[in-house]
Design a protein around this ligand. Structure first.
Ligand code: ADP
Ligand code: MG
Length: 461
């Protein structure tokens, strides 16, 4: 290569200037500020970029446009070639043992250690998401979105029952993009938080800030949109947020506990927005996938549990992944406390409640209120009513606490079912029961007992 003979750096500079006038500041910042002109050869410009991911994105998004500009400026075809310049070599992680998770993420997480995103959990990543037949479509679509936000499947809606990995996947998308794309703005909220923030913004007359927050993102992730049912004003706001982001090709991902068509009290126009892109479902995992997931969790927790025990858990806990984890946590706590190895007998004994009643899905607040009221010689109406005498207030708090423990209802939903109370009242109730349990060891057993009764009643229905 003879630098003096070929020097297209001027054309490159001019191309950049033209692109600056065409693209948003944010796109320039994200994709062009990290490119360094390296050299030229005959009909070729060589640019240095920080990673192969970055190169692939540039090629896909802008190469055609850059080629055209270069041709207009120079009057001939000039090709672009990229070299990768990693200024700091990636830190090596100890290779994790066998895993059927989405391996690609390793490369990304190894590449750079970034600032942790405040709203995303560190343990929800593609790397520790086990892919099986039940979720492979959703997992692969999520990965494609994370690598190419706004490009492939937009919007995307992931739906499925409780504890099947919706939050894990949607957060993995955010985490991956946050870790791999410079300055990308990722916002993750639950639909409940979105609603509460919106209400707060109206109260404080800060709608403008609210709009700014949600309409100026690169990736908007909203978890559990079923929560928006009957929230008309919030639906309206989300509708406009959606349109603004969609028009500027910003990625949106939503999760829901059922197909959008089955949502009630959601405006048709919002439904049609959710259904516009890709809708993928998560199914309950098969026995083999349950084994793989449980083994992965065991590996993460760095404990030793025999295959017999893993099998017995997976044979009996069939409902969802969250219960598999709960079973594991219980066994580990037991083994830790008593300093014992976990045998099949111990597992069977310790997990007998879970094994007997794996399905918690049909437990309604109504059942909880009936069982708790009965236990305290009250009526369900007492729990839902306004009276705040001690004899009613504490059972009511216990019923709220149990609801949060064993169901998926949000604090707002629980509040509504307990006489239209505010979600902060529910949070307060849960904290109070928690601290009372810590202060008085006699409370926990009867709460466990109540939970057992509720499960029995629930499964008989
Ligand atoms: P959902 O949001 O659908 O109710 P979550 O995403 O909260 O479910 O998942 C419940 C738990 O199960 C989480 O701890 C999650 O890490 C775990 N989980 C679910 N699916 C998988 C999977 N395929 N691989 C690993 N962990 C999983
Ligand atoms: Mg969830």
């Amino acid at each position: 290569m003879d630098k003096s003979k070929w020097d297209y750096s001027v054309f490159w500079k001019e191309t950049l200037n033209l692109l600056r006038s065409e693209l948003s500041e944010q796109e320039i910042g994200m994709w062009f500020n990290n490119i360094v002109y390296s050299s030229s050869t005959d009909k070729k410009i060589i640019l240095s970029v920080p990673s192969s991911f970055y190169r692939d994105q540039l090629k896909e998004r802008y190469l055609a446009r850059i080629g055209k500009l270069l041709k207009d400026l120079s009057g001939s075809e000039i090709e672009i070639d990229f070299i990768i310049n990693k200024s700091s070599p990636p830190p090596k992680k100890a290779p994790s043992k066998k895993s059927s998770s989405l391996k690609e993420e390793k490369k990304i997480t190894d590449q750079v250690t970034r600032k942790i995103h405040p709203d995303l959990r560190q343990d929800y990543s593609f790397e520790n998401f086990v892919v099986g037949d039940n979720n492979s479509f959703a997992a692969n679509a999520s990965m494609a979105i994370a690598k190419n936000p706004g490009k492939t499947y937009n919007p995307c809606l992931i739906y499925g029952g409780v504890g099947l990995g919706k939050t894990h996947l949607i957060q993995s998308i955010g985490r991956y993009a946050h870790n791999s794309i410079d300055d990308i703005r990722v916002v993750y909220v639950t639909a409940e938080q979105f609603t509460n923030e919106f209400i707060q913004a109206i109260k404080e007359n800060k709608q403008h800030q609210f709009k700014n927050k949600y309409r100026k993102v690169d990736i908007l992730l909203i978890d559990d949109i079923h929560f928006l049912q009957s929230k008309d004003a919030t639906q309206e706001e989300l509708f406009h947020t959606f349109n603004a982001l969609y028009d500027s090709n910003k990625q949106m991902v939503f999760t829901c506990d059922r197909p959008v068509s089955e949502l009630k009290n959601l405006t048709d126009r919002l439904k049609s927005r959710f259904e516009r892109g890709l809708n993928v479902d998560l199914m309950p995992p098969s026995f083999e996938t349950r084994i793989a997931i449980l083994k992965k969790k065991i590996e993460e927790k760095n404990v030793i549990i025999s295959d017999d025990v893993v099998e017995i858990i997976c044979q009996n806990v069939t409902s969802h992944v969250r219960d598999l984890e709960a079973a594991l946590t219980k066994l580990i706590a037991y083994a830790d406390l008593l300093n014992k190895n976990i045998t099949v007998e111990i597992a069977k004994h310790q997990l007998k409640d879970m094994f007997a009643n794996p399905q918690l899905n049909n437990i309604t607040i109504d059942v909880i209120q009936r069982v708790v009221a009965d236990y305290f010689n009250l009526t369900p109406n007492d729990l839902r009513g306004k009276k705040r005498t001690k004899a009613i207030a504490f059972p009511r708090q216990i019923a709220m606490y149990i609801t949060r423990e064993i169901t998926e209802y949000s604090t707002t939903e629980v509040g509504l079912e307990f006489g239209g109370r505010d979600h902060t009242t529910v949070m307060h109730a849960c904290q109070r029961v928690d601290s009372k349990m810590k202060a008085d060891p006699s409370i926990e057993p009867y709460i466990r007992n109540l939970i057992q009764k509720i499960k029995e009643t629930g499964t008989k229905l």
